[in-house]
Unconditional design. Structure first.
Lengths: 270, 272
């Protein structure tokens, strides 16, 4: 299985070097670096890739911001008997189905009024609009919120495990030495939790980076927000070698990211 | 731990917010599958089973459900066998490249689905020439299964290796000291200890496969539509959202209890 997988990846990288026959639109077996050069010099592609990385980073930051207090509460404050229940409760939505959740968020943020999909357009908009009277609509902000929703449990779990291993006496000791809560958080907890956060970010960051179906659905297909969509479009162009060349960007990014996270010690905290 | 009352309350409030964040969208969809209204606004308008009946009577969702179940079952089975073998191999001894292999084992779940999907599609649709034989895998049910098995294997591997790490090596030595052959040790000691991890891994792998859409799109032949693909193809149809709500709710009602069961199984032994 590994052979198939790694072999496929190698073939994909090799495919990036095939010249596209302009007449038949099929890859030939001539080798060329043109595709790679085109892919790396295309400013539209690079900007989109940058935006995708930005969204993935925003999702990761938002996940950490929610996961830290939540995991802290569950691990250190909640009475022992509800801890397990709470953790199971956090993890269960992971299995509700990707398309189900994507579709759910589309429904959540649906704006009021006209919409190209008749059944959604009537009435006062989706949940957020009808209950709170406001909604980000089909926008990049909605995409970030929905992606965070998808991957948040993957961040809570390692952070919770990290906190469970951390003795409460450390935090008390820091307080006894005169540190204010913020100082304790910054100088004691964050350094100790860094490997756990890194482990969680492997999921929140790389899964967001590769996602393009949720963004397309949540943003209502209005604009291209994610790099994956771009690769998909190039593939349909059809220009398979160029699409393969584009995949090298996320491929390299993820491998570098995984290596960096391994240095922080993420793999021991998975 | 000593924390001031306001800090406790703020943390409790954020936790409550997180839980609400995780559940409200699911509840909204479930509610909408019973609504009589034609919009997605809340609070809906009355209750009806009309959409559930309509979903049941349509062929599309039913066939998609069957295909999803078949793919997930076969992929899970392959993944369990290969994942377990890999876990045993990597756990027992240290060898050159061990770290590299364990690194590669996480790659399929952390790489973007489109990269995996494209890479596999590229391989499946290419004629593979091995000198003596040349063949093309082609796209269809089998390619879908192979593709799903590649990421399911990670889940199986992780579950089994986590259990093996917690297992004391003394047990195996004791078993050998008592005169058991390696096969007897495996049958009477190792296997019973990893059994629940296998079951949990299998259930999670099943759920993962059941849910996958990106790799699926690239590796399924035409004419094969899994349940997530069906939702994807149909949510935008003017008349479909009501039925999509039903299918989505159904998927939730099926997969959440299954996942809960898996969680209980994998935690079982360590909690008594």
């Amino acid at each position: 299985m590994l052979v198939i997988y790694v072999g496929s990846l190698v073939l994909l990288v090799v495919a990036a070097f095939f010249r596209l026959d302009p007449a038949s639109q099929k890859p030939t077996s001539d080798l060329t670096t043109d595709n790679l050069r085109d892919a790396l010099l295309d400013t539209t592609a690079l900007r989109l890739f940058g935006q995708t990385v930005g969204i993935a980073a925003a999702v990761t930051i938002l996940s950490v911001a929610l996961a830290l207090p939540t995991a802290f509460f569950i691990a250190k404050i909640a009475p022992r008997w509800i801890r397990r229940g709470l953790m199971v409760g956090i993890m269960l939505p992971l299995w509700a189905g990707y398309m189900v959740k994507t579709y759910a968020w589309r429904t959540m943020v649906a704006p009021a009024g006209g919409n190209k999909f008749a059944a959604e357009g009537r009435g006062g908009g989706g949940f957020l609009q009808s209950v709170f009277g406001m909604t980000p609509g089909y926008s990049t902000a909605a995409v970030i919120v929905a992606l965070t929703y998808l991957w948040l449990p993957y961040m809570v779990l390692p952070v919770y495990a990290g906190l469970e291993r951390m003795p409460a006496s450390l935090i008390d000791a820091s307080g006894d030495l005169g540190a204010r809560p913020w100082r304790t958080f910054r100088s004691v907890m964050v350094p100790l939790l860094l490997p756990s956060i890194a482990a969680g970010s492997i999921f929140t960051f790389s899964l967001s980076l590769g996602d393009y179906i949720l963004p397309r659905i949540v943003i209502d297909g209005r604009q291209r927000v994610m790099f994956g969509e771009f690769i998909n479009a190039t593939l349909g162009a059809p220009n398979q070698p160029l699409a393969a060349a584009y995949t090298i960007l996320p491929l390299v990014m993820i491998v570098l990211y995984l290596l960096a996270m391994r240095r922080i010690g993420a793999f021991e905290s998975l | 731990m000593r924390l001031s009352r306001p800090v406790r309350w703020v943390l409790a409030a954020i936790t409550a917010l997180t839980v609400a964040y995780l559940y409200v969208p699911l509840l909204v969809v479930a509610r909408l599958s019973f609504t009589r209204a034609k919009s997605v606004s809340l609070p809906g308008d009355g209750w009806t089973l009309r959409w559930w009946r309509e979903a049941w009577e349509t062929d599309g969702p039913r066939e998609a459900l069957l295909l999803s179940v078949r793919v997930a079952l076969v992929a899970t089975l392959i993944a369990l066998v290969l994942g377990t073998l890999a876990a045993f191999a990597l756990h027992r001894r240290r060898f050159f490249g061990r770290d590299a292999v364990s690194f590669l084992m996480v790659l399929p779940i952390s790489l973007p689905g489109i990269v995996t999907g494209l890479a596999l599609q590229n391989t499946f649709t290419r004629t593979i020439d091995l000198g003596i034989v040349s063949f093309e895998v082609g796209l269809g049910f089998h390619s879908l299964v192979i593709a799903h098995a590649t990421f399911c294997v990670v889940i199986a591997y992780n579950n089994v290796i986590a259990r093996l790490r917690r297992m004391s090596p003394n047990l195996l030595e004791a078993s050998a000291d008592l005169g058991a052959s390696p096969f007897q040790t495996f049958r009477l000691v190792t296997f019973p200890l990893v059994r629940s991890a296998l079951l949990a891994g299998g259930i999670l792998a099943f759920a993962l496969s059941f849910d996958e859409i990106v790799v699926t799109t690239f590796t399924s032949g035409s004419g094969y539509t899994t349940l997530p693909q069906w939702i994807y193809n149909n949510f935008a149809r003017p008349k479909a959202p009501a039925v999509v709500n039903v299918v989505a709710t159904l998927v939730m009602f099926v997969s959440i209890p299954i996942a809960w069961l898996a969680q209980r199984l994998s935690d079982g032994p360590s909690h008594g």
